[in-house]
Ligand binder design. Structure first.
Ligand code: VG1
Ligand code: CO
Length: 542
C-alpha cells in the first residue's frame, strides 16, 4: 500500500447526477484518485466492506476501474464486485448493490453526454440502498475533496475484466460478475414474460430497441431477443463502444432519428424504444405516436395493476418538479399520494425506501419504481410491452384512451446549451428577483397567478433543498419553469419547461409546441430570455 501526497482539485462538486467533466479533466494526475479517496473517506472505515464497480463502457471506463480496484485494496475493502468488461448499466448496478447487500457502488458514466477521448466522463457514488447518494453525502464528499492531502493505492496487478470469477488482490477478493444476469432475473419477477413473449411472437408486432452503441445493448439482447424470443436484430446498435460510435447517446427524437425513421416508414414498427449511455433513460414510440415521458409515467401508473409486480396496487407516486403534471391527475383518481421532488433521482430514494411511493419519474426520459433505486430504461420498455400485451391495444390507442379519461397534459422542454455562464446566471437571477411582484401581472394573453423559487423539504429526513427551479403559474392552468442544468460540462445549459392541462377531448390532438405557444410567448416576454443569452431559438426541444 502506498500513501500518495496530493493537492485538492477545485470543483469536485457532484451535480445532479455525480461528478461529470471532460475526459481530459479526469485523466489529469490524481483527479479521479482524489475523488475516489474523498468518497472512501466519507464511508469511514472500509475494512470488511463490499463495493460494486462498473460503468457504461465509455472511453476511460476500463482504466478508471483498475485505479479504483487498487485504491479499494489499499483502503481495506473486503470485496469488490465488477461487471464483466467493466460494464454495468446504472439500473443494473443498483440491482447488484441491493442483491449482494453491498455497502455501495461507484458507477462510471456521464449518462447521455457524448463519449470518446474528447467527450465526457463521470463518476457517481450510490449507497447501500442502491440509490444515488443524497445531497448530504455528496456535499460531504465535496467538502472532503477540498481538504484532501493524501490518498491510498496499492500496486497489485490489474484485474482481467474479461474473465468471470474471483481473484485475490492483496487481502481483497475481487469478483468479475455477469453484468446482465441478475438484472434480467429481476425483470422476470416484475413482468409477465409469458404474455410479452406471446405479443412478440405475433406476426404483425414488429419492434426495435435502439441501444445507441451504449451500455443497454447486451441487456436488451439478453432480455428481448433471448428470454422473450424477439427476432434477432430487434436490438439495433447493440454493441457498447467506447465512443458510442460517434452517436450522442441521448434517447430523444433528434439523436435516435434512425429509430424515428423506422417508426415512420411505409411499414412502421408497432413499437420502438431507445435508452441512453448508462441505460437509465427511455424513450418510447408507438406506431404514429411519440409518448412524452410525463405522459408515460401517468399511463404506466394508470395501468400498473396489469403488471404482476404492481398488481397489489401502488403506495404512491412521485415526479420531479419540472415534470409535466399528467401523473398528478391519475394519482388523484386512484386516491394515492403524489409527491413533487427536485430534479435528480437522488430525491426519490428516501420516499422509495420508506415505502411511500412505488413509481416515479422525470420529464428527462426517466421512469422507475421500487424494484431498484435508479431510473430504469429497459424496465420502462418492458412495462409498456406488458401493458400493450395485457390490453391487446396499440400504444397509440392506449395513449388516446388515457387522454380521454384523464385529460391531456401538454408538455415541452426547451434547452439552450453552452450558454455564456454570466448571461445565463443573470437571466435566472433577474427572474428570481422579480418573483414577488409577478402575481397579477399580464404577459401576452395570460395573467400570473403565483410564482416562486422551488424549495423541497424531504418528508423522511427533514433535509431541505432550496433554489431548485423558478416556477410561474398562469390563470389558464399553464406553468413555466426555468432552471440551470447540473449535468453539463461546457458553459451553462438553461432549461425551460412548459405544461398545460387540456381536459377537452376536441382539443387534445394538437402539436405540443402549438398548444403551448401562448405560455411560451408569455414567458419570453416576461424574461427576455432569448435576447439576454443571444439566441434565436432553443438548441433542443423535447
Ligand atoms: C438532467 C435531467 C434530470 C436527470 C439528470 C441525470 O439533469 O434534467 O432529470 O435526473 O440529467 O440523468 P440536469 O441537471 O442537466 O437538468 V442521467 O440519465 O444523467 O443519469
Ligand atoms: Co442516464
Amino acid at each position: 500500500m502506498k500513501t500518495i501526497k496530493t493537492q485538492p482539485w477545485p470543483g469536485q462538486k457532484p451535480g445532479t447526477s455525480g461528478l461529470r467533466k471532460k475526459v481530459a479533466v479526469f485523466q489529469q494526475p490524481n483527479y479521479l484518485e482524489n475523488f475516489v479517496q474523498s468518497v472512501f473517506n466519507i464511508l469511514g472505515d472500509c475494512s470488511g466492506r463490499r463495493l460494486v464497480v462498473g460503468g457504461d463502457g465509455r472511453f476511460f471506463n476500463a482504466e478508471a476501474i483498475q485505479i479504483i480496484v487498487k485504491m479499494a485494496v489499499a483502503n481495506g475493502f473486503a470485496e469488490v464486485l465488477i461487471g464483466q468488461s467493466g460494464i454495468l448499466s446504472t439500473p443494473a448496478a443498483s440491482c447488484v448493490i441491493r442483491k449482494y447487500q453491498a455497502d455501495g457502488g461507484l458507477i462510471l458514466s456521464a449518462s447521455h453526454n457524448e463519449g470518446g477521448p474528447d467527450g465526457d466522463f463521470g463518476i457517481k457514488f450510490n449507497g447501500a440502498n442502491g440509490g444515488p447518494a443524497p445531497e448530504a453525502v455528496t456535499d460531504a464528499i465535496y467538502a472532503a475533496s477540498e481538504g484532501l492531502g493524501e490518498y491510498y493505492i496499492s500496486d497489485v496487478a490489474d484485474v482481467d475484466l474479461a474473465t468471470l470469477g474471483k481473484v485475490l488482490r492483496g487481502e481483497t477478493s475481487v469478483t468479475v460478475i455477469d453484468p446482465v444476469a441478475d438484472y434480467a432475473d429481476l425483470m422476470e419477477t416484475v413482468f409477465d414474460f409469458q404474455q410479452i413473449r406471446e405479443l412478440l411472437s405475433h406476426s404483425k408486432f414488429h419492434m426495435r430497441f435502439d441501444g445507441m452503441n451504449a451500455v443497454t445493448g447486451p441487456y436488451a439482447v439478453e432480455i428481448l431477443e433471448r428470454r422473450l424470443g424477439a427476432k434477432a436484430g430487434t436490438v439495433m446498435r447493440s454493441q457498447p463502444l467506447v465512443d458510442f460510435g460517434g452517436v450522442h447517446p441521448d434517447p430523444n427524437l433528434v439523436h435516435a432519428h434512425e429509430l424515428v425513421e423506422l417508426m415512420n416508414s411505409d411499414t412502421p414498427m408497432a413499437f420502438g424504444a431507445a435508452s441512453d449511455g448508462d441505460g437509465d433513460r427511455n424513450m418510447v414510440l408507438g406506431s404514429g405516436i411519440y409518448i412524452n415521458p410525463c405522459d408515460s409515467l401517468a399511463i404506466l401508473t394508470a395501468n400498473a395493476h396489469l403488471v404482476p409486480g404492481y398488481r397489489d396496487g401502488l403506495s404512491g407516486v412521485a415526479r420531479s418538479m419540472p415534470t409535466g403534471r399528467a401523473v398528478d391527475v391519475v394519482a388523484k383518481t386512484l386516491g394515492i399520494p403524489c409527491f413533487e421532488t427536485p430534479t435528480g433521482w437522488k430525491f426519490f430514494g428516501n420516499l422509495l425506501d420508506a415505502g411511500k411511493i412505488t413509481l416515479c419519474g422525470e420529464e428527462s426520459f426517466g421512469t422507475g419504481s421500487d424494484h431498484v433505486r435508479e431510473k430504469d430504461g429497459l424496465w420502462a420498455v418492458l412495462f409498456w410491452l406488458n401493458v400493450i400485451a395485457a390490453r391487446g391495444q396499440s400504444a397509440k390507442a392506449i395513449v388516446r384512451e388515457h387522454w380521454l379519461k384523464f385529460g391531456r397534459t401538454y408538455f415541452t422542454r426547451h434547452d439552450y446549451e453552452a450558454v455564456d455562464v454570466e448571461a445565463a446566471t443573470d437571466v435566472v437571477e433577474g427572474l428570481r428577483s422579480r418573483l414577488g411582484d409577478l402575481t397579477g401581472q399580464v404577459f401576452g394573453e395570460m395573467t400570473v397567478t403565483a410564482a416562486d423559487d422551488f424549495s423541497y423539504v424531504d418528508s423522511i429526513d427533514g433535509s431541505e433543498s432550496s433554489h431548485q427551479g423558478l416556477r410561474v403559474f398562469f390563470d389558464n392552468g399553464a406553468r413555466a419553469v426555468m432552471r440551470l442544468s447540473g449535468t453539463g460540462t461546457a458553459g451553462a445549459t438553461v432549461r425551460v419547461y412548459f405544461d398545460c392541462h387540456q381536459p377537452d377531448p376536441a382539443r387534445q390532438g394538437a402539436d405540443a409546441q402549438r398548444a403551448l405557444a401562448p405560455v411560451i410567448a408569455a414567458f419570453e416576454s416576461m424574461t427576455g430570455l432569448c435576447r439576454a443569452i443571444g439566441r434565436e431559438r432553443p438548441d433542443v426541444i423535447t
